[in-house]
Write a protein that binds this ligand. Sequence first.
Ligand SMILES: Cc1cc2nc3c(=O)[nH]c(=O)nc-3n(C[C@H](O)[C@H](O)[C@H](O)COP(=O)(O)OP(=O)(O)OC[C@H]3O[C@@H](n4cnc5c(N)ncnc54)[C@H](O)[C@@H]3O)c2cc1C
Length: 518
Amino acid sequence: MSTVVNFVCSPEEAKDSNYLEQRIRKELTLDAQTQLEFRWRKRSIDARQRQIKVNASFDVAVNTVLAPRFEDQEFKLLAPDAPVVHIIGAGPAGLFAALQAVTQGLKPIVFERGKDVRARRRDLAKLTKAHELNPESNYCFGEGGAGTYSDGKLYTRSKKRGDVQKVLEWLVQFGAKADILIDAHPHIGTNKLPQLIEAIREQIIDSGGEIHFGHKLTDIEISNGQIVQIQINHTQHISVSKLILATGHSARDIFELLRRKKIEIKAKPFALGVRVEHTQTYIDGLQYHGRLSDDYLPPASYSLVTQVENRGVYSFCMCPGGIIAPCATADGEVVTNGWSPSKRNNIYANSGIVVGIEPSDFKNENDPFVCLDFQKEIENRCWQAAGQTQKVPAQGLADFVNGTISTAFPRSSYQPGIVSVNLKEIFPAFVYKRLRQAFLDFDKKMPGFITNDAVVHAPESRTSSPVLIPRDPISFQHTQIANLYPIAEGAGYAGGIVSAAIDGLNCVEKIAQTLVNL
Ligand SMILES: Cc1cc2nc3c(=O)[nH]c(=O)nc-3n(C[C@H](O)[C@H](O)[C@H](O)COP(=O)(O)OP(=O)(O)OC[C@H]3O[C@@H](n4cnc5c(N)ncnc54)[C@H](O)[C@@H]3O)c2cc1C
């Protein structure tokens, strides 16, 4: 018999396999002699009450063996005459689109402006230590995309469970721990992601696909409403029949290219604000009622949301045990985001706190670049205010709320450095006032959240795309250019690693259907 057993236990019991076996036997009224196999199915921590609990769910096999969690996907060798799909960008969307192409018998040819994961790491070190920014190889550009040096959080608001499961299973197949299939809030960690991305690349190439690094899309040629040719690095010209644009939302030159070519794009609401950093022990104490994370309890996280003057203000991409990273992609700007290693064992806990920004917040709301221009302006103001390097403006959280400049900072994980600035002077009032009120609301939900022991870093500005590239919701084709497939975060259809990967999978499935129907 195979069955599922659910119960609630303490964090210590959840780590004790003897306890778990006895408990499962008790739940199923099995004696000690009956043959039993079990494994975790789902796991979540409930820290709402002082008595912290683990909601535990197990797959159990009685007098039989457990079936494998899932069947590995087979990636066959492509036929020499397989139809070609060109993919721009090797982020989660581009890589999963390429893998899906292989499963559908299509040959993916991927062009990525940045470097492979290993070479990219050297550019990140230069950025962090020497403030030297490579506009083609940084935290957002390069193999694996923006998700490579991240916390690798894999939860998504996507409702399509089947698709989410498929992405997680493929990640396990390429080297992620099976825990990501179990945990309610799975994550991989910066130290584990690069190997996984290399394994995906090797699979794509072994199957007959191609990935070209240092290959930037610089122009497109349109004829009779179709893209007929693309230009790479201003010199190389390649004919295309299906072009997937998976360039992420930091590729501003792509938005400019589309505008220049009179390809329809629209302004899109996005979110912008700051990244706040407490110590992890402080957040543990608040979330675990005075207890600290240990062998039984992971570093605590939080998720906060409020409404201020009819606008959502919320925590974004919270990184327990993490670091704040310099995520600019061009000179003249500073940008923050966060990452964590797999063990989440850094001493800091950081999170974006962001306000929804609407095109209607501005006079020229019909300009497709209205939100993008605002995003750029804030990033540039922060760069100016912090001394035109990769240092960022910062303020103690209590000082931010009081509107007073900070005279001293306890600490910051942001390695390029921080400069004391009154952030009230950086953000327009409609942003600052909402952030301020949101912090006051959050302090009611998590008493103690506001403290000058927490440091506010600015800006958190690359939350989602400020530009939409419109497409048909069923076919994924651009509304004007039939063989252009704008996907994932850069086009405005995803927010995060998993949803970007899902968009890549689904787009290629649609392309494959059209090719079969020809
Ligand atoms: C530091 C950091 C931490 C993050 N943490 C998380 C997290 O924990 N969980 C989560 O879900 N999300 C996280 N995110 C967001 C996540 O990385 C993105 O949502 C996701 O990567 C979007 O995938 P994508 O494929 O649409 O675009 P991207 O990942 O942005 O990939 C686009 C790719 O296209 C390439 N490209 C751009 N222009 C061109 C061109 N002209 N020619 C060729 N190539 C081009 C870029 O170099 C890039 O590699 C984080 C982001 C950052 C920066």
